[in-house]
Ligand binder design. Sequence first.
Ligand code: A2P
Length: 358
Amino acid sequence: MSIPDNRNFKADKSMTGTANNGKRLILDGPPPDLPASYRCIFSVTLKMSAAPKIKLNNGMEIPAIGLGTWQSKPEEVVAAVSHALKEGYRHIDCAWGYGNEKDVGEGIRQSGIPRSDIWITSKLWGTYHSRVEECLDQTLSNLGTDYLDLYLIHWPVPLNPNGNHPVFPTLPNGKRDVDHSWKLSDTWKQMEEMVTKGKVKAIGISNFSVKKMEEILPTATIIPATNQLELHPYNPQHELLAYLKDKGIVPQAYSPLGSTGSPLLKDEVILGIAQEHSIEAADVVLGWLVAKHIIALPKSVTPTRITANLNGAIAGSSKLDKDDIAKIDGLAAAGKQKRFIMPPWPVDLGFDNWPPLV
Ligand code: A2P
């Protein structure tokens, strides 16, 4: 038998394990059937996991797992972002509207990971639909970068730019002050100009139903690269996903664990699948998204969870079989349909399972 050259050696089967510091790692080493007498010549290397990538309609490749930063407090998010990048994340999802972009930028700097190795997404806030470049310039300055990989329209809801509040303007009746005269297609035109100017590499949308997408697609010269939505087993939006697939728009999942308190992780079907594969419930939920080619954006400010979510999403996506995926796909239709994020926008967003306007 000839001994393989260990410089080029790759195990034919990757094995996952847990190091004594609790990190989940992939062990790269000799094949399990190699005679014991040869095993000693191989050193086992511990590799951090890298998220798989998904190709967008402009040819760019986006890491399929990113760190969510909504509701991460400024004083927590610096360490969270820095930890995530050191642990192998290469995708950070942020937004002007989250109010913590400066801290996200600081976390990126503290990680020491080069800007060019990181995918950064941010989002245009509602009061800036008629002033896209102004909002983007603030985001770039907040983050300390001169370009974004992806820029999204945060909500298909233009808010009064001259209202009584810079972020959430309201009317005397207390409802949010929407600029009903502004057309989303004009917001999209300004988004396209940001690509031409080189300030963003890709553009997309967030919280757009089919009805709202059809307000921009007929005049778009760039098809949105992604649509970021509340997507998880209780809100799978199967029909919307089929529409996105047809248009070549990649879905991104925010609040994949059900947002604050991660309620999805208590679901007995998900816990059952987790037990069957000896993985965590979070691995099942995140793995289900990644297996379906949906970009998962779990939010956490807890270092152990940040690390576990990246490695678990990768492990989960490879362990779930067709039956598991079908079972999770069917949870909402079987009576568990639930949205967790429903801001009181006084417009018909066109989504299923959204409370009627009052
Ligand atoms: P924390 O940030 O305190 O770690 P979502 O991604 O759906 O928005 O969920 C975010 C919520 O889930 C936060 O409350 C976050 O808490 C919590 N969370 C994130 N990852 C995990 C995990 N692996 N296990 C349990 N809870 C988690």
